[in-house]
Design a binder for this molecule. Structure first.
Ligand code: ADP
Ligand code: ASP
Ligand code: MG
Length: 879
């Protein structure tokens, strides 16, 4: 025999009920199901509680009641017609009359005791079970209604009544003796010895199923719900969660105790005591096998998984020989991948992560506790007298403080209980007043093999720390099957997602990217991401989700997925979403007006795991937000030089915060675009080398002009040519003033530890003052022509000496300077072509021959490409 339990969503509509009938009729269940336990239609328990409370406040509850009645009547009419239908509708009418009487008394008395509320709440399950017994019988599944109040005996803790197991078992067995027809039992309810209805706690229909199953000694208890089983995390919060095939009773208990509401926690105990497996299955996908909870899990499950894995390896070798049957092999590969993923999961030490989204933390501390025997005993007795259950408890080894978590509704009472119990200690100052911290959440990482695996907590804390999630309290049971953490409630989704990714998406890294600036670099970056995204995801398991985007006018954010802060959807195994980069520019037109402060506020408020900020603007304003962003534990990637070449103090704050906290601040692209200059300097430094001098040509424009200044054309003509080729800013003076090159020199100087401000960088002007005074670009060219003779004279003089002119920056001995130099033969600066940049590094190790880094120092593709690789670098720092 089997017990099948169907939850609220599984019976909440005619369509859902049709599915249940289908399940009962299929060969796996036909004739095997002895009991079907049902919940109330989805939402009905909440509605009944609401109606009760409304009545207790003396307000009219009639509308609420008639809406509920209508819902049940409509359902009956969908399935039953004629006399059968009328009888069922009358039955519903009678139930609602009783309910109405009950609520009327509540309204008159303006009082709703737990006992009365239980009676009100119980109507949902009773109505549903009675109605379904009629519908099933009419649809070819003969069944009787079983009023669980007759057979499930409880104590008098209304609202959370305990089942009196022995008596209940006796009553259930008595009821079933000699009966063969399927019984449709109301879940969630029982009755006390004096016949009052009592409920078993919210979500308690699962427990009802286990109670029936245990009493009848069934082969399996099947809990049918709206998800594929117990998953690695709540799929409403973690989109990439996947189904756990097997769990031990203990693991299932821990997961459900800490918030996996897919299974009501107390359900496990009766099944465990009777050694009956529980299977969680999905009514929407009845062909799935769901999750099996049993004592077999550890040994048998793993052995099977291991066999499966070995068999797969053998099959793969076989398939190598049959490679010509391409499609078949492909299919088999996919199937095998799925199996391997499952195998990987089976041998993982962590099975799942659950959370309770709203708890209250109570902190008790003071010297009065140190070394005092029986302190905890007094504390727990005080809480127990108040019937407050403690979700989690930690005590520092100093014994100076104890901290425990309770449900929010118990927070005030818990503090009051502590106050009362320790009144004397508080009065004498040896104990502080208890501190109540609200809006907290518990995350529990569960797995029975954690105890034999080192590094689990390290992984958890790294994922949280990396995402700026502060941990308020930690508890690890001595069984080591569960590590529980208390975090701020606002961080729960981020915490779940980042820890989930660290454990379950083997090697998968996803970055939620917020990109500002869609000029040449930002635009090209988007194109590159669009082209490379699939390869990154498939080959390297790196997912770049564009979560927010802005140009100088508009900003746009990816819509959050239902219930989840993470813009990831699960389709197959992994599908990234966020803003599609291929459509981003067009979508942005419909965005809101851009404001950098607001963009950053919204990015922080989204509180997504693995967020990264990328600034492709040249804006000082945007750069001024970096510190705030890094302090929010969000890495920054930027080709924008404004921050690092601004005040020395700001540069130091950014780089030292990044270094101290391990939040990446990546700005390789600020100097010579994609050329590896900053990383090279850093590597030299880290490996103990000392950089003595850096010389370089950091401006592509100046490089082009002087590389081609061979006397065949006047200087001004060369500048015109550079402009025509797109090598200059619209006003070439913005390049010829050497400011940009000076900023790069300054950044390199700072990277070498020189405490320089921008004003300390000496720039020997290339152009005469008059050129800068010219009112227009044309006027500038006219002015520049006047200097042609002077430039030619300098060039010819150098040439006569066998030298060539180059505009070179030099960073040495605590100073930085840019000047026009005549370079002799053999100088590395003479080997430049076109608009190349070059950096020549002389260090203690590179002394005879300096190290030379040379190549294009500008250009959209190389620059954006380097920004892109920094973004990927961030993804790879995620463990
Ligand atoms: P029912 O009405 O069938 O009893 P519940 O709503 O009580 O269903 O439980 C199912 C829900 O539990 C799912 O829709 C899911 O959002 C939630 N849930 C929370 N944690 C988990 C988890 N680890 N695995 C699966 N579902 C979970
Ligand atoms: N209907 C009850 C509730 O909503 C019991 C259940 O669904 O298991 O809590
Ligand atoms: Mg439930």
């Amino acid at each position: 025999m089997m017990v099948l339990k169907f939850g609220g969503t599984s019976v909440g509509s005619p369509g859902a009920i049709e599915r249940v009938i289908g399940i009962l009729k299929d060969s796996a269940h036909a004739g095997r199901a002895g009991v079907v336990v049902v919940s109330a239609f989805s939402g009905v328990t909440d509605a009944l509680i609401e109606a009760g409370r409304t009545a207790a406040q003396g307000r009219d509850y009639a509308a609420k009641l008639s809406a509920l009645e209508k819902r049940h009547v409509e359902c009956v009419r969908h399935f039953l017609s004629g006399a059968e239908g009328e009888a069922a509708v009358r039955e519903i009418g009678r139930a609602f009359q009783k309910l109405e009487l009950l609520l009327h008394s509540v309204l008159i008395l303006k009082e709703l005791s737990a006992r009365t509320l239980d009676c009100v709440m119980g109507f949902g399950e009773r109505l549903c079970a009675e109605l379904l017994a009629r519908v099933f019988s009419a649809k070819g599944v003969p069944a009787d209604y079983l009023d669980s109040r007759l057979v499930i005996r409880t104590d008098e803790q209304f609202g959370k009544a305990k089942v009196l197991q022995e008596e209940t078992a006796r009553l259930i067995k008595g009821h079933f003796a000699g009966r063969t027809r399927l019984q449709i039992a109301a879940g969630f309810i029982g009755s006390t010895a004096d016949g009052a209805a009592a409920t078993l706690g919210r979500g308690g229909s699962d427990l009802s199923a286990a109670i029936y199953g245990a009493a009848l000694g069934v082969e399996e208890i099947e809990i049918w719900t709206d998800v594929d089983g117990i998953m690695t995390a709540d799929p409403k919060l973690v989109k990439n969660a996947f189904t756990i095939e097997r769990l031990s009773y203990a693991e299932a208990m821990e997961l459900s105790h800490f918030g996996a509401k897919v299974l009501h926690a107390p359900t496990v105990q009766p099944a465990l005591d009777a050694n009956i497996p529980i299977r969680i299955r999905n009514v929407f996908r009845p062909e799935g096998t769901g999750t099996l909870i049993s004592s077999q899990r550890d040994v048998q499950g793993e052995r099977e998984a291991q066999h499966e894995h070995e068999a797969q390896c053998a099959r793969e070798v076989q398939h190598e020989h049959e490679a010509q049957q391409g499609r078949e092999v492909q299919h088999e590969h996919e199937v095998q991948h799925e199996r391997e993923v499952q195998h990987e999961h089976d041998v993982l030490p962590v099975k799942g992560i659950s959370s309770i989204g709203d708890i209250t933390l109570v902190l008790v501390q003071g010297t009065g506790m140190v070394g005092v025997a029986g302190f905890s005993a007094r504390l727990f007795s005080a809480l127990s007298r108040e019937n407050i259950s403690v979700i989690l408890y930690t005590q520092a080894s100093s014994e100076y403080s104890i901290c425990f978590a309770v449900m929010p509704e118990d927070g005030g009472r818990a503090a009051a209980a502590v106050n009362a119990e320790f009144e004397r200690e508080i009065a004498t100052g040896s104990l502080d007043l208890p501190l109540v911290e609200r809006d907290k959440a518990v995350i529990a990482v569960v797995g029975s093999k954690m105890e034999s695996t080192a590094g689990i907590s390290g992984k958890v804390f790294y994922a949280l720390g990396r995402n700026g999630v502060n941990v308020d309290a930690i508890a690890q049971g001595s069984s080591e099957i569960n590590i529980s953490l208390v975090v701020a409630a606002k961080d729960v989704s981020k915490a779940l997602n980042s820890v989930h990714e660290a454990f379950f998406l083997s090697g998968t890294r996803s970055v939620n990217l917020f990109l500002v600036g869609l000029g040449l670099i930002g635009g090209t970056l988007l194109d590159q991401i669009a082209r490379q995204r699939e390869v990154l995801a498939e080959k390297y398991k790196i997912h770049i989700n564009i979560a927010g985007l802005a140009n100088s006018k508009k900003m746009l954010f990816a819509p959050p997925q239902a219930g989840s802060a993470l813009p990831l959807v699960r389709e197959g195994r992994f599908t990234t979403s966020g803003i599609n980069p291929a459509e981003a520019v067009q979508l942005l037109e419909g965005g809101a007006a851009f404001n950098s402060a607001e963009f950053i506020t919204l990015m922080k408020a989204a509180n997504l795991p693995n967020t990264a900020f990328c600034d492709c603007t040249a804006s000082e304003e945007v750069a001024s937000h970096y510190e705030d962003i890094l302090r929010s534990s969000i890495p920054v990637v930027t080709p924008n030089k404004k921050a690092n070449s601004g005040s020395l103090d700001y540069y130091k704050r950014l780089t030292s915060y990044s270094q101290d906290r391990g939040i990446p601040y990546l700005y390789e692209v600020t100097v010579c675009a994609g050329l590896p200059v900053i990383s090279t300097l850093r590597d030299l430094h880290l490996s103990g080398d000392t950089v003595r001098r850096i010389e370089g040509v950091f401006s592509g424009t100046l490089s082009f002009i002087f590389n081609n200044f061979d006397g065949s054309k006047p200087f001004s003509a060369l500048v015109r040519e550079a402009k025509a080729k797109g090598y200059t800013e619209p006003d070439p003076r913005d390049d010829l003033n050497a400011m940009d090159a000076a900023r790069k020199a300054l950044i390199l100087a700072r990277e070498c530890g020189m405490p320089l401000e921008f004003a300390d960088v000496r720039i020997d002007p290339i152009l005469p003052e008059a050129c800068f005074a010219a009112k227009s670009v044309e006027a500038f060219f006219t002015e520049l022509e006047k200097s042609d003779a002077g430039f030619e004279q300098r060039r010819a003089a150098a040439a006569a000496d066998g030298k060539m002119l180059r505009y070179i920056a030099i960073v040495e001995a605590g100073s930085a300077r840019l000047s026009l130099r005549a370079e002799p033969e053999g100088s590395p600066f003479r080997s430049l072509v076109d608009a190349d940049n070059i950096v020549v590094i002389t260090s203690d190790r590179y002394v005879k021959l300096p190290m030379v880094v040379k190549g294009p120092g500008a250009g959209a593709e190389v620059t954006a490409g380097a920004v892109f690789s920094d973004i990927v670098r961030i993804a790879r720092t995620l463990v």
